[in-house]
Ligand binder design. Structure first.
Ligand code: AKG
Length: 331
């Protein structure tokens, strides 16, 4: 007799539950998470609490590239900027992610380090972001780091959009820390017009005709991007991380989100931070990491292992979130 899909799903849930950190390990990691000196010792070449890194690491972004990619963003809903960031910075950030992972943390904990908050603050990148989301734009506290193992069929996140109603007031930025290739699971997306049709069908549970499926498949854009590039999309763009097609190279990347000044924001993305102000406090970094971890179990079920830890850190740091002044609330 074969197991039904429901039986298999509940067996997987039970296995995932069993893999949860023990209460003792959760206690230990809870203490460690707040121990700034421990993080500094873990990654001595990274920094916590040093401002001004945006200026230390000038990005390369020509006016021609910026203008071309702004046009692409306006017409197609996405952009691809090659080789924006200093290779030395990108290599350092990759090593930070590797060290965090080797110490048994979800790689998003790399966001305890300054580098992950300051990377998009150089004047060149700020000027591109300003052209995309407007003067005085803000960063929300939705951040994440991705590690897609270098093993066949391991895949990035499944198809989704980031903020359907975001319009021109929302932009996701995705920065590869290793070369993201078609072989190791680079990003893929559907440009604006096609995304809208498919999203509507998914929302209303309407079957897609073979003609629409065939056309959409042909419209898929692959976004291979070398380490240090920056790609991104508007909130309504359907996108996903590809599946590894046989490369031994892991795919490492980070994701940030930007908002126009003064727009209504969702609870999930609050608090917003001013990219011109000092970097967020250490506690706010932990808040942002664990806020995302609680949510992104839907994309990475193995994170369930860390859920009790994330819940505790999230509760403990919610004061840091409350301390930041916010733009007008919405949903
Ligand atoms: O890196 C991935 O696989 C998914 C990234 C993504 O979809 C996002 O950051 O919104």
């Amino acid at each position: 007799m074969r197991a039904s899909a429901e039986q298999l799903a509940s067996a997987v849930q039970a296995l995932l539950k069993q893999s949860e950190l023990s209460p003792e390990d959760t206690d230990k990691r809870f203490e460690q998470a707040f121990d700034v000196d421990r993080w500094r010792r873990l990654v001595p070449f990274a920094s916590i609490g040093r401002d001004g890194l945006g200026d230390d690491n000038p990005a390369r972004l020509s006016d021609v590239d910026s203008a071309r990619e702004k046009r692409r963003l306006d017409c197609e809903g996405y952009f691809r900027l090659p080789q924006v960031f200093d290779p030395a910075l990108i290599a350092r950030m990759r090593r930070i992610v590797e060290a965090v992972r080797a110490d048994g943390w979800p790689v998003a904990f790399a966001f305890v380090f300054d580098e992950f908050w300051s990377i998009a603050r150089s004047p060149q990148v700020a000027s591109f972001l300003e052209s995309a989301v407007g003067e005085g734009y803000q960063q929300n506290t939705v951040v994440w780091a991705h590690w897609v193992a270098g093993e066949r069929r391991v895949a990035g996140w499944s198809l989704h959009d980031d903020y359907r109603e975001g319009g021109d007031a929302f932009l996701s930025a995705w920065i590869p820390l290793s070369d993201a290739t078609v072989e190791n699971g680079c990003m893929f997306l559907l440009p604006t017009g096609v995304s809208r049709g498919i999203s509507d069908a998914i929302d209303t549970d309407t079957p897609l005709s073979p003609r629409v499926v065939r056309a959409a498949l042909q419209d898929v854009i692959a976004l291979p991007a070398a380490a240090g590039a920056m790609i991104g999309w508007r909130g309504n763009i359907l996108h996903w991380g590809g599946a590894n097609a046989g490369s031994a190279e892991p795919r490492l990347s980070l994701a940030l989100e930007f908002r126009s000044r003064g727009v209504r924001t969702s609870k999930f993305e609050r608090p917003l931070i001013d990219p011109r102000a000092p970097l967020p406090s250490f506690r706010l970094r932990l808040f942002a990491i664990t806020k995302a971890l609680r949510e992104y179990i839907k994309f990475e079920p193995l994170l369930l292992r860390y859920l009790p830890l994330a819940e505790r850190i999230f509760a403990e740091t919610s004061d840091a979130s409350a301390a930041v002044s916010n733009t007008p609330p919405a949903s």
